[in-house]
Every structure is written in structure tokens, then in C-alpha cells.
Write a protein that binds this ligand. Structure first.
Ligand SMILES: Cc1ncc(COP(=O)(O)O)c(C=O)c1O
Length: 437
């Protein structure tokens, strides 16, 4: 397969990079520049970015670029000196949460943040067990990969891990509309699985240090849990002496529209929150936020230092992202464009029997493609890949997610507008029509 700009980048990449790295799309694209919601390839072709959440306020936002450059020209050290920007970032992040959550640790990646959050929970509770969702992804270190049940066979799970059934009300064991008692009953059924997980840990000699949950169930293919599920799950784990950790790497930073954080939609205040991807608008910066009490209890037993985490340049980038979101009204934009997308997806689903379910809110949507609506049989992986590649050839970048690789993923930068939404919907419509014919 020839790379699009004619250079032999693909074979050079194969030589230079480990084979574990994946490339998107049947014909990989060579992106050289980004601006707002647009990406440009080496031939100058423009693509509408409906996939990338890391450039949260748009690719190469001038405020973020300027903040990074200005700070890099002045100073870049670490968190062992007093620095206004690092402190201001902690203060301003704390102000975005419930007043209970105000103590920050800065790291570089979501993996590190989840690793640290687990370490904090284990140190503070004195327990070792962990509860996660089936099909979860939280990162790639040795510890955090074990918490990522989507990433390795169930038979290799450590004894200290319990995996609760994820709240999949479309294809899971308890489905929307099929449970007498409605959402409440669904929430209870799925929360029962958390209780079973905790009981299983006890049988194996462990108490839970925490339950770690991605508030969007992104790797599962994006789930919207039944009302009350997360609050019930958290109270079950807390009753057993564990903490509740919300992994907001995907769901945070206004992604789901109308609230800054995913967990806020579900009426639960976590003990620890994990932030990552969108935080620096493209610059690597991530964080753990907890209560002053938990932070103090951890601090009594452990020091923490992260060489690059929360350095002044990273802090400048993260502060610029907070400024842009607030000044450009991106939270409101995510909510409003999300409602527009919801209407558009409903029309698409009416037209295309291949769409089994559409889930999400704000600027995070999953279009669950099926080979049969009745049985909810997922479309096979290869066919889903062809569809996402066809959408790419039409100049719209999307991804795939879910354990069957059949859920089209839309998760654009937060400044994605109604016009961008209409453009994407038209292209998806055209590609699904072509697939059906
Ligand atoms: C929910 C969630 N948590 C954590 C991570 C890990 O973040 P990172 O790749 O920055 O280590 C990811 C990455 O995809 C994620 O989706």
C-alpha cells in the first residue's frame, strides 16, 4: 500500500516503529497540519476531524500555541519550585469540581493518572482489591493494563481484580424496555454485579481499595448507564471500605455536553477523579484530583514526584484550554450541537437498518452498526472498517470502538459546529447508502 504523498513513509514506519502500533483506515492518511476542526494531508486535502478529543479546543488553537511558546521561552522546570501557573492550574481545576474535590497531582498521561489513583486508593484504605467494568480500558502500564479488562484474556486476571458487568442497556443482559421497573430496576440489576464483584474479592481474601469507572464506557462502545447506576455502584464499594474513582479521561472536559464532567450527569461525587487527554489541548498533561482528606492521608505515607508532570509549560497549556472553553462557550456548544446531532442521528437511524442503536450526548456519539436489527448482531469488524474507511475517503475522520469493533465513534474537538455536524451526517448517510447498495 503506497502512502498518499508518494514517499515511502509506510515502509520507513514499518522499519522504525514497533509493529504493535496501529494505523487507522484501509489507506492510511499522512496528516501534516491542523486548524480548528480541520486536518490537512500532505497533498493539501482537508478532512473534517470527528475523532480527536485531545486537541479539545481545536487543532493548534492560537491561545494554546501562544501559551506554550511564551512559557517555553521563559522557563520550564518541574513542580519542586514555587510557580504561579502550576498553582493557578490546581486552583482553577479544583473550582471546576464539587467543593469536596480540590487537591491535585499532575502527571503526563491518563495511564499515569490511573496508576497514581490506584496507588492512592490502596495506600489510604489499606485494601488491595480493585473493581472495574468488563470491557474497560484505563491505560497501558503493567498495573493499569490489568485494570483494563478489554486488553487481555479474562483467564489472566489477577485475584485482586473484580470485573462488574458494564451497563450495556442495548446488548447487555438487562436491556432498556425489557425490565419491569424501568431504569431503576436496570440500575439495580447492573449494580448487583458490582456487589457480586465485591463478594468475589472477599472470597479470595481481598477488600476493595476502589472501583474505577470510565464515566463514558468508551472502550465498551460508549454506554449511557441507567439513572442511579453509578451512585448505587459507588455506595456498594464505599460500604465495603473502598473509594470511587471516576476516570474522566474520555468523558471529562465538557465532552458529554451540559456538564464539565461525566460523573456529574449521574449524581455521584467521586473520591478521586482522573483527567487526561483533552486537558492540554494536545500538550501532554494529566491529573488526579481528590479530597484534601484523602490527599493528606496519602501524603502522610508517600511522597510523590513526577519529573514532567505539571511543569510550567504543561500548566500554561492546560490554563489556556480552561480559558478557551470558558471564553468561547464550548460547554454550551457541546450541549447544543449534541442535541442537533441527536436529531440528525435519529433521522439516519430511520433510513438505515444497519444502525441498531445510537448512544451518547454532547460531542461523544456511538453509532452501533448491526447486521440484523432484530437480533442486534454486531456488524462484522471488517465491514465496519470498510465503512469508516469509506467515510475517511469522503474527507470525514471517524473511528471504531466497542468489543466487536462495530461502533462508529464520533468525538470531535469541542468547537465542532452545527455546519460541521450537518456535513458529517451527510457523508455518513451517503456512505451507508453506498454500503447498502
Ligand atoms: C478512559 C481512559 N482512561 C485512560 C486512558 C489512558 O490514557 P493515556 O493513553 O494518556 O495513557 C485512556 C486512553 O485511551 C482512556 O480512554
Amino acid at each position: 500500500m503506497e502512502p498518499m504523498n508518494g514517499n515511502d513513509l509506510l515502509s520507513r514506519r514499518r522499519q522504525a516503529l514497533a509493529p504493535a502500533y496501529e494505523l487507522f483506515y484501509d489507506e492510511p492518511i499522512h496528516i501534516v497540519r491542523g486548524e480548528g476542526v480541520w486536518l490537512f494531508d500532505a497533498d493539501g486535502r482537508r478532512y473534517l476531524d470527528c475523532y480527536n478529543n485531545v486537541p479539545s479546543v481545536g487543532h493548534c488553537h492560537p491561545r494554546v500555541v501562544e501559551a506554550i511558546a511564551t512559557q517555553a521561552r521563559l522557563l520550564n522546570t518541574h513542580t519542586r519550585y514555587l510557580h504561579e501557573k502550576v498553582i493557578e492550574l490546581g486552583e482553577r481545576l479544583g473550582a471546576k469540581f464539587s467543593e469536596k474535590l480540590s487537591a491535585c497531582w499532575f502527571v503526563c498521561t491518563g495511564t499515569e493518572a490511573n496508576d497514581l489513583a490506584t496507588q492512592i486508593a490502596r495506600t489510604v484504605t489499606g485494601h488491595y482489591g480493585m473493581v472495574v467494568s468488563e470491557g474497560s480500558y484505563h491505560g497501558n502500564s503493567d498495573l493499569v493494563l490489568k485494570l483494563s479488562t478489554s486488553s487481555y484474556p479474562a483467564k489472566d486476571r489477577p485475584d485482586w481484580l473484580a470485573a462488574a458487568t458494564a451497563p450495556d442497556t442495548y446488548r447487555g443482559p438487562y436491556r432498556a424496555g425489557s425490565e419491569p421497573g424501568g431504569e431503576e430496576a436496570l440500575a439495580e440489576r447492573y449494580a448487583d454485579s458490582v456487589a457480586e464483584g465485591v463478594a468475589g474479592l472477599a472470597d479470595r481474601g481481598y477488600q476493595p481499595a476502589a472501583m474505577l469507572v470510565d464515566s463514558s464506557w468508551d472502550d465498551n462502545g460508549l454506554f449511557v448507564p441507567p439513572k442511579g447506576y453509578l451512585a448505587r455502584a459507588a455506595s456498594i464499594v464505599r460500604a465495603a471500605g473502598g473509594l470511587f474513582i471516576a476516570d474522566e479521561v474520555q468523558a471529562g472536559y465538557c465532552r458529554l455536553g451540559d456538564t464539565w464532567w461525566g460523573h456529574e450527569r449521574y449524581d455521584v461525587v467521586p473520591d478521586i477523579v482522573v483527567l487526561g487527554k483533552p486537558m492540554g489541548g494536545g500538550h501532554p498533561v494529566a491529573a488526579v484530583v481528590s479530597t484534601p482528606e484523602i490527599a493528606a492521608a496519602f501524603g502522610e505515607k508517600m511522597d510523590y514526584f513526577n519529573t514532567f508532570g505539571g511543569n510550567p509549560v504543561a500548566a500554561a497549556a492546560a490554563l489556556a484550554v480552561l480559558d478557551v472553553i470558558d471564553e468561547e462557550g464550548l460547554l454550551e456548544n457541546a450541549g447544543e450541537v449534541g442535541r442537533h446531532l441527536e436529531r440528525g442521528f435519529a433521522e439516519l437511524a430511520n433510513e438505515h437498518p444497519i444502525i441498531g442503536d445510537v448512544r451518547g450526548s454532547g460531542l461523544f456519539w456511538g453509532i452501533d452498526l448491526v447486521s440484523d436489527r432484530e437480533s442486534r448482531q454486531p456488524l462484522d469488524r471488517a465491514a465496519a472498517k470498510h465503512i469508516v474507511s469509506a467515510i475517511c475517503r469522503e474527507g470525514v475522520l471517524m473511528g471504531l470502538m466497542g468489543s466487536h469493533g462495530n461502533v462508529l465513534k464520533m468525538r470531535p474537538p469541542l468547537l465542532f459546529g452545527r455546519d460541521n455536524a450537518d456535513h458529517a451526517l451527510e457523508v455518513i448517510d451517503a456512505c451507508l447508502k453506498r454500503h447498502a447498495s
